[in-house]
Each structure stands twice: as structure tokens, then as C-alpha cells.
Design a protein around this ligand. Structure first.
Ligand SMILES: NC(=O)c1ccc[n+]([C@@H]2O[C@H](COP(=O)([O-])OP(=O)(O)OC[C@H]3O[C@@H](n4cnc5c(N)ncnc54)[C@H](O)[C@@H]3O)[C@@H](O)[C@H]2O)c1
Length: 419
């Protein structure tokens, strides 16, 4: 439970916490507003669509009441958090805030226009944060008088439940030498400290395509889809092997839950933003599902078919095949677990080698953002980075073209010292 109680004697009392504005009160904005209000901030809701912020306000009141009726928070805390929320119709009407979080639709032009208006009206020390999933932070900040105060605060859905927040810095935080300036460091630290007070775990990364989680997770879906498409394994069995390796859901059932279209859009965005790097090429298998309207649970049919209660009808795994594919002496190219983990390790090592995030933050992000049982770098250390490199070489030989190329970080770590 989030609490408005200061966690150390040096923290300001709740009533002195700076105001927060949440702009865009859809799925994410509403959840973020709840978190901020429960943490003790006055929260101003604003949405361009008439009536949307009022609806979000009502929804939040109902959510907080429900949390109290279930005994998750006290009625007094629910009432206090509800009383801290209000609706503002125009940017001009927002009071001075300590933090503005933007969660409007994913459109660079709209976001830039909004940040321009905010920068003109909010005090110079107001943090201006975007919850963008895929846009470059520096592109959003471009042309603003103080671009260093614009940063990414990437919450995960649903924000009240998900602990992780990626705190993202872009070229707008760097000096001419390419390093984050002292001024920007202060901005980023203030933001990280704030989300920590909200009961969240901040991790830091550059504005790289997909940031940490949406980048490193790509092979979890891609490897399984490739193996199903080439007939090595059926969807239910590939899911079983990965569940047995400790993942909460298999990639097939998980993409059916997320929506094949949504998952494909994230993958395509990373692929496009990396200049169509072969490592991220979306699979024909998933494109085919989307083209056929097999979007997953929401359409009753995705990889699997679903009945009205959401139960998968045709997800019978082949136990014998699962055991055979994942046996100790099974080749890596037909072993869904070894293949997937090797690729996750490679991806994580690559991100760290490029200086985009620390090893520790990558592991934290993957465990909290995707519920992986271990961080990919922990896995790498456990398996041995040298062994992972060997596995990738085998894969590259079996499937040439660049998807399985080794990260330079992994090459350097062949002796087991990376990273
Ligand atoms: N949904 C997710 O799982 C998720 C996760 C992390 C980040 N994000 C990002 O968060 C942002 C919002 O996503 P969402 O899923 O909440 O979207 P959504 O469509 O549920 O909500 C967007 C809201 O913004 C409002 N809006 C649109 N343009 C506006 C403008 N110019 N000014 C004010 N309000 C405006 C809309 O009326 C709508 O209420 C996007 O940038 C998205 O990429 C989404």
C-alpha cells in the first residue's frame, strides 16, 4: 500500500508536497494520478477530450472507495486521496506544479505542442515528464528553452500495481562532451527520488528504442514465434517449456493476452527505430496473425482459441516433446529455453555495453517490468557468458543473417568476466 506518511524525518509533510499535473487521463494517466494522489500530492487532471478528465476523476474516486471497502487502504486515506484530485480544463489554469506528467496519445507533434505550452507556463524548476513508450525524449524536448527539464518517466500498466518506472534521459541532457550535465543529473535525480517516494523502483536508461524493458524482451516473443513457424514445436509446448524455466506465462499465451497487434506494434517500432536491425525483424508468423484478425483473447482467437470465459481451448502441450527439446544434450537451435535465454542475455549485455543502462538496472527492470524469474545478466553469469556466446555462434551458423550476432560486450566477456 502506498502511504502519504513521510518515510523519514527529513521528508516534507504530505501537505507540503508539490502539486502534480497529469495530462491525458486515459489508461496510464488515470493510474499515475492515483499513485501520486495516494502518495500525498494534490493532483490536477487535464484531458483535451471534453469530459474525459471528469470521467477519470469519478473513476478514481470509485477505485479508491473500492480499495477501502476491500480493506486495502483505510477509508480516511481513500477520502484524503480523493480530495486531493481535481480537474483543470486548460493548461493556462494549472497552478505551478513540481511535476507535470504527460500521458496523451503517442504522437510526437501533439506531445511537442503540449510541452511547448507547458514550458511557457510552468516555473523554470518544474519537472516536465513524458510517459511515452517509443518516442525519443530529445525530440519531444527540442526547441524548448530548458530542454534539460524534460525527461521520460515510463510507468508500466497498470501504474498502481507495477513497481517499475524507467527514468529516461536523452541527448537533451548531455553536454557537448556527450555526458549528462550536472544540471540534468539533478533533474533526473529529483525525478527518481520522487517516484521512489511513491513506492516505485526507478531505473535509469538512455532514450534508446524500447528503453530497457521493451527492448530486452523482444526475443522472448521472437524466438518462440520462429520455432513455431518452422515447425520445431507447437505453441502450447513452447509455452510449457518456458513456464517450466520459471517464466510466469509462455510467449504465445502472453502475446494473446497483450494483443498480437499491440505486441507487433512495439516490436515494429523498435525495429524501425534501430534502422531495421535484423535482430528485431518482426516475424511473418505474428504479422500473419494480425492480418487474419487473430489478435488474441480480445477477439476470441489468437495463437489459441478462447471460449467466452477466456479459457484457451486448444492449448494442449506435448510433454514428451517438451522434455526432448529441453534435454541437457539437446541442440540449442531446437531448445526454446536455451535459445530464448541466450538471446535475452545478448540483448541485455548489448544495452549495457552501449552504456544505455547499468547491468543492475537492466536486471531490476526485467524482473519488475516483465516478471522474469531472473535478470538476464544474472542468467548470463549463471550459465557463463562464454557458454552463451557459444550458443549464439551455433544459432548464427544455423540461421545466418545477423539476428544472432554477438554483442561486442559478450565477445569481450568470453572469459566470463562481463559485465
Ligand atoms: N497503455 C500502456 O500500456 C502504456 C504503457 C506505458 C506507456 N504508455 C504511453 O502512455 C501514453 C498514454 O497511453 P494510454 O494507453 O493511457 O492512452 P489512452 O488512449 O488510454 O489515453 C490518452 C488520453 O489522452 C487524451 N489526449 C489525447 N491528446 C491529448 C492532448 N493533446 N492533450 C490532452 N489530452 C490528450 C485522450 O483524450 C485520452 O484520454 C502514450 O504515450 C503511451 O505510449 C502506454
Amino acid at each position: 500500500m502506498l502511504s502519504a506518511t513521510p518515510d523519514s524525518p527529513t521528508d516534507p509533510p504530505a501537505q507540503q508536497l508539490a502539486d502534480v499535473a497529469v495530462i491525458g487521463t486515459g489508461a496510464m494517466g488515470t493510474g499515475i494520478a492515483q499513485v501520486a494522489a495516494q502518495a500525498g500530492h494534490r493532483v490536477h487532471l487535464l484531458d483535451a477530450f471534453e469530459g474525459a478528465a471528469d470521467k477519470a476523476h469519478q473513476r478514481l474516486g470509485a477505485t479508491l472507495t473500492k480499495l477501502a471497502s476491500k480493506g486495502k487502504i483505510s477509508q480516511a486515506d481513500a477520502d484524503a486521496a480523493t480530495a486531493r484530485l481535481d480537474v483543470v480544463d486548460r493548461i493556462e489554469d494549472l497552478p505551478a506544479c513540481g511535476l507535470v506528467i504527460e500521458a496523451i496519445r503517442e504522437d510526437l507533434g501533439d506531445k511537442r505542442a503540449l510541452f511547448t505550452a507547458l514550458a511557457e507556463r510552468q516555473p523554470a524548476d518544474t519537472l516536465l515528464a513524458t510517459n511515452t513508450s517509443s518516442l525519443d525524449i530529445a525530440a519531444i524536448a527540442e526547441g524548448l528553452p530548458q530542454p534539460e527539464r524534460v525527461l521520460g518517466l515510463h510507468f508500466f500498466n497498470p501504474p498502481p500495481l507495477m513497481k517499475l518506472v524507467e527514468v529516461i534521459h536523452g541527448h537533451n541532457h548531455e553536454g557537448p562532451d556527450g555526458h549528462v550535465t550536472a544540471e540534468s543529473t539533478q533533474v533526473l535525480n529529483r525525478a527518481a527520488e520522487l517516484v521512489r517516494r511513491w513506492g516505485k523502483t526507478p531505473v535509469s536508461c538512455t532514450s534508446t528504442p524500447g528503453f530497457i524493458v521493451n527492448r530486452v524482451a523482444r526475443p522472448f516473443y521472437g524466438e518462440a514465434q520462429r520455432m513455431v513457424a518452422d515447425g520445431t514445436v507447437d505453441p502450447a509446448t513452447v509455452d510449457l517449456t518456458l513456464r517450466r524455466a520459471g517464466f510466469r506465462m509462455g510467449p504465445m499465451e502472453l502475446t494473446d493476452l497483450i494483443g498480437q497487434d499491440v505486441n507487433l506494434a512495439v516490436g515494429t517500432s523498435v525495429w524501425e527505430q534501430t534502422g531495421r536491425d535484423e535482430r528485431y525483424t518482426p516475424t511473418d508468423y505474428q504479422r500473419g496473425l494480425v492480418e487474419a484478425g487473430k489478435l488474441g483473447r480480445k477477439t476470441g482467437q489468437g495463437v489459441f482459441s478462447y471460449d467466452d470465459t477466456g479459457r484457451a481451448l486448444d492449448a494442449e502441450p506435448d510433454e514428451e516433446l517438451a522434455a526432448k527439446l529441453t534435454a541437457d544434450d539437446a541442440p540449442v537451435r531446437t531448445n526454446p529455453v536455451a535459445r530464448t535465454i541466450a538471446m535475452l542475455v545478448n540483448e541485455a549485455v548489448d544495452l549495457v555495453a552501449r552504456g544505455e543502462a547499468s547491468a543492475e538496472d537492466v536486471d531490476t527492470a526485467m524482473k519488475l517490468g516483465t516478471n522474469y524469474p531472473k535478470g538476464p545478466l544474472e542468467w548470463g553469469r549463471e550459465i557463463g557468458f562464454g557458454r552463451v556466446a557459444e550458443q549464439l555462434r551455433e544459432l548464427d551458423e544455423a540461421f545466418p543473417g545477423g539476428r544472432y550476432r554477438l554483442s561486442p560486450g559478450l565477445l569481450e566477456g568470453d572469459n566470463g568476466t562481463a559485465p
